[in-house]
Write a protein that binds this ligand. Structure first.
Ligand code: ADP
Ligand code: MG
Length: 450
């Protein structure tokens, strides 16, 4: 006979516990916080981003920028779940949500660590900035203090201390000198990749352990300084001639090469080839996908039958993702061809743009310098399918086991992306994966044959 007291009964977990578990999913490790903080700084139009860590990011993670800052009155909302300044309406969300966070990064950070923000609005010629910085601390998504005036330059400094203080088992997974060093390497790796990607915008990155030597400083590179000056000068000009544009593009290319050289070795940087290829019209396909979603919104709300979505191939996120995951890629392919327009710019059409740098086919990249840097729509992601497709082109050219250096920046229609395949690795899936792999492999192959 079972006693009343031991009989298990279903109970809802307290909200705080639920939030903490969910936050632990979002903030898998110190490096995943750094990525979010860097993306926030970039979204704020920063040109200098300074990353500092202590204890492999467990004791301290800090990102300071010179971006446009947070309005003092908005500070209290910065760590509120689903509060964001980046999307205002459903349409925006449909496009951006593919990156997964939607106002969740700072909220999650505040649930698994001690978060504080110091921010000072950038001065605008028209409205004037704020005369000083303001500081606020947060816990479990809520401010724990009022906004306190504080010393600080224009921009934002986000600090996260004692990460996983309330998730002991997670914390233990990152403790110890070896693991702390490993995690710092992961963090440095992310900062390095963003520094390559943003070199042509003149954005400089610094990364170091607190109190330690600087492991990365791209802000000090001469061409980066020159590019910033050039951009500032051009902003003041009324007319920009074609020759100025050509010079600027050459300087941008040099900046990317120099940053790659700074990070991955200058010998290797000399062996880089610029790559540029595309198909279709990314913007038009994106617009058409968003338009289709908008049109189908009412259908979505009224028709609950997923099968109907599949047969009609209506909404992308809700139709296509359902298609691929629940009904298999074959059905997805079929619905895709049904909705393709003649012009090749329908909501499901294949379109991409790619630029980047890759090592040539005869250069053997030293092991420490080989890497595969992939950005899709400005965000650092991973795709084992793309990596394999591109690296396999080199297999016939390089000695066994040798890997190239590849940096690719891809633009794809946002709604064609699904990043929720693997939260930690940022592994992405996308529509037309096979076609994209083929297209990139053949462009790389062509370039290497030249
Ligand atoms: P999201 O980036 O998806 O909006 P976050 O939780 O990362 O969500 O950030 C919440 C909000 O805080 C942002 O929308 C932005 O307004 C503000 N914010 C965060 N970091 C910065 C920063 N470095 N500079 C300016 N504003 C920031
Ligand atoms: Mg963010």
């Amino acid at each position: 006979m079972s006693s009343q007291s031991t009989e298990p009964r279903i109970q809802a977990l307290p909200k705080k516990v639920v939030d903490r578990i969910a936050a632990g999913e979002v903030v898998q490790r110190p490096a995943s916080v750094i990525k979010e903080l860097i993306e926030n700084s970039l979204d704020a139009d920063s040109t200098n981003i300074d990353v500092q860590c202590q204890g492999g990011g467990l004791r301290l993670l800090s990102v300071s920028d010179d971006g446009f800052g947070i309005h003092p009155q908005d500070l209290s909302l910065a760590a509120t779940r689903f509060a964001t300044s980046k999307l205002k309406q459903w349409d925006d969300l449909k496009q951006i949500q593919t990156f997964g966070f939607r106002g969740e990064a700072l909220a999650s950070a505040s649930m698994v660590g001690r978060l504080s923000i110091v921010s000072r609005k950038r001065k605008l010629p028209s409205s004037g900035g704020t005369s000083c910085a303001f500081k606020m601390s947060y816990s479990d998504g809520e401010p724990t203090s009022k906004a306190v005036p504080s010393a600080g330059k224009e921009g934002t400094c986000v600090k996260l201390q004692d990460l996983f203080y309330n998730l002991q088992s997670r914390k233990r997974a990152f403790e110890g000198t070896r693991k702390e060093n490993e995690e710092y390497q992961k963090i440095l790796n992310i900062v390095q990749r963003y520094s390559v990607h943003k070199a042509d915008h003149g954005v400089g990155f610094v990364c170091r352990k607190k109190g330690g030597q600087t492991d990365l400083n791209t802000a000090s590179i001469a061409t980066i300084k020159k590019l910033r000056k050039q951009i500032a000068e051009m902003e003041k000009m009324e007319e920009i001639t074609d020759s100025l544009k050509t010079d600027l593009n050459a300087l941008k290319e040099q900046c990317t090469r120099d940053v790659i050289g700074h990070v991955y070795g200058s010998e290797m940087a000399k062996e880089l080839l610029p790559i540029s290829c595309s198909k279709g019209d990314v913007e038009k396909v994106t617009l058409s996908a968003l338009e289709a979603m908008k049109n189908e919104e009412s259908t979505l709300n009224s028709e609950k039958s997923e099968m109907k979505l599949v047969t009609e191939g209506n909404s992308l996120m809700d139709g296509l993702v359902v298609n691929m995951h629940d009904y298999g890629a074959n059905i997805a392919k079929e619905t895709e061809s049904q909705t393709m327009t003649q012009s090749g710019q329908g909501q499901f059409s294949f379109a991409y743009r790619c630029r980047g740098f890759i090592t040539n086919g005869s250069y053997c990249v030293p092991k420490a310098s080989s890497a595969f840097l992939l950005f899709i729509n400005g965000r650092l992601v991973e795709s084992s399918a793309l990596k394999k497709a591109v690296e396999s082109v080199y297999m016939d050219m390089l000695p066994k086991g040798a890997k190239p250096f590849v940096y690719l920046s891809l633009e794809l229609p946002g709604p064609h992306l699904d990043v929720n395949v693997h939260p930690t690795k940022r592994e992405v899936a996308f529509l037309h994966e096979d076609q994209l792999c083929e297209a990139l492999a053949s462009s790389v192959s062509e370039l290497l044959q030249d």
